[in-house]
Design a protein around this ligand. Structure first.
Ligand code: AMP
Ligand code: ZN
Ligand code: FE
Ligand code: FE
Length: 293
């Protein structure tokens, strides 16, 4: 069946998802999606495999990435269509991974202090790749029967402010945006819902500041956004001249309730949003000014 739906936010085994890039691309094709973006945390390592799989499966694969930046709560910047072979981008991403490597042994030590039998080796094995994150700690705790779900591990131990949490060294939002644009990519504010704690005015001011730093889009469609929120973020996109994007934040078995392309069930992201992003990318590559209508 031909559809016009897409998913622009997906994690693979290259970071903290549980399915390989190739499997995800084939799954996306089987689900009838017209395009899928791979947006792993702090790495572009899964992209070559995904792009190749896209050709075999007959589905459009969009190269992406997701990086966490320094702001109270969780601020993540998605990047699309960067030159993922750029050496500067790989160096920048390697630095972000090093900051994880400094943090992770400290979280393992804290968990041991809490009485859990857990080593960094076990966590690294659970991760399998170069990006090791909290979901991998959660997976080990779950496998050993200490907790029943990844969610429980975050609620009790790994979430911000919980006893095993250690903050990563992060770059500023402006630096994160520049990392993406510097590699020719389109920077997009991920899951803005998580940044609304301070209220409307504060969020809208923040968004204007991010636009000033070069932000080009906002992820208005997201698994856990209500219809009202999506409409609100779409309206803000319009007033700020931003692209609208959307995705599920699929992580496979690490977030079992989130389905590829469908989120919690009600997600529907139209291909028209990607078409507009590609237009903007093309205009910018040609040296023209950006206009989002
Ligand atoms: P890290 O990259 O190590 O900071 O871990 C962040 C990742 O953990 C996020 O991208 C999510 O995939 C996952 N995560 C964060 N909070 C939760 C939560 N409450 N429940 C389940 N997964 C979470
Ligand atoms: Zn993740
Ligand atoms: Fe995120
Ligand atoms: Fe994500």
């Amino acid at each position: 069946m031909d559809s016009d739906f897409i998913d622009l936010h997906v994690h693979t085994t290259a970071s903290d998802g549980t399915m390989t890039p190739e499997r995800i691309v084939f799954l996306a094709a089987r689900c009838g999606l017209k395009a899928v973006a791979i947006t792993d945390h702090d790495t572009v390592e899964g992209l070559a495999e995904a792009l190749q799989a896209g050709e075999k499966a007959g589905i459009e694969v969009v190269p992406g990435v997701e990086i966490g930046v320094d702001y109270p709560g969780e601020m993540h910047i998605l990047g699309y269509y960067m030159d993922h072979r750029s050496s500067r981008l790989s160096r920048d991403l390697a630095q972000l991974r090093e900051s994880r490597d400094r943090r992770n042994p400290r979280m393992a030590a804290k968990l041991r202090e809490l009485g859990f039998d857990i080593t960094m080796d076990e966590v690294a094995r659970a991760a399998g790749g170069t990006v090791v994150g909290r979901p991998h700690f959660a997976a080990v705790l779950k496998k050993k029967g200490y907790i029943n779900s990844v969610e429980e591990a975050f609620d009790r131990y790994l979430g911000a402010g919980r006893p095993a949490y250690v903050k990563k060294d992060k770059i500023s939002p402006a630096q994160g945006i520049e990392m993406i644009t510097g590699a020719g990519g389109i920077p997009v504010l991920a899951h803005p819902h998580y940044l609304r704690a301070g209220g409307r005015e504060e969020f809208e001011e923040l968004l204007r500041a991010l636009c000033g730093s070069g932000l080009m889009g906002i992820e208005a469609y997201y698994s856990t956004h209500s219809a009202t929120e999506t409409a609100y973020f779409c309206a803000l996109a319009k007033t700020n001249g931003l692209l609208v994007t959307g995705g599920s934040d699929f992580h496979g078995a690490n977030k079992p309730e989130i389905k590829l392309g469908r989120g919690l069930g009600g997600l529907a992201v139209g291909y028209n949003l990607l078409a507009k992003m590609k237009e903007v990318k093309k205009t910018r590559d040609a040296g023209g000014t950006r206009t989002v209508s």
